[in-house]
Design a protein around this ligand. Structure first.
Ligand code: FE
Length: 148
């Protein structure tokens, strides 16, 4: 309800998104326990355990909670970390970042701009052309292979 005035039609902000907000009980019902732990409680899956760290198919990675397109498979790269890694989001405004000072570290947290679901963290040791590494939990993602 706080977002009532974000819809400015005619502006250049095509990336502005309607936010998805649900009561915690609904997320708990819709998501698997693992998805809930990562997306809603900012958990991290153990490396080399998720379903996408070694995935090479084309398509679009969507938010597992709300379906928001987050990353194009073409921007996925071999980071060696055991987590799916991307060098840029699919579109500006689809992926949000925030400073994370938990666990005695200073990191940049990455979340879905639409539903706020936690995705992973952002580091600056990625490959060209951006030099960025979006280190994402498989549990937060849903690969849509139909989209080209
Ligand atoms: Fe989402």
């Amino acid at each position: 309800m706080a977002d009532a005035k974000t819809d400015k039609s005619g502006s250049a902000e095509s990336s502005a998104q309607k936010s998805v907000q649900k009561p915690d009980a609904e997320w708990r019902q819709e998501l698997t326990p693992q998805q809930y732990r990562v997306l809603r409680e900012k958990g991290t899956e153990p490396p080399f355990t998720g379903k996408y760290w070694n995935e090479h198919a084309d398509g679009v990675y969507r938010c597992a909670a709300c379906g928001n397109p987050l990353f194009d498979a073409a921007t996925k790269f071999e980071s060696g970390t055991g987590w799916p890694s991307f060098f840029q989001p699919i579109e500006e405004g689809h992926v949000g970042t925030e400073e994370d000072r938990s666990l005695f570290m200073r990191r940049t947290e990455v979340h879905c701009a639409k539903c706020g679901g936690h995705l992973g963290h952002l580091f600056d040791d990625g490959p060209k052309p951006t030099g960025l590494r979006y280190c994402i939990n498989s549990a937060s993602l849903d690969l849509d292979k139909e989209v080209k």
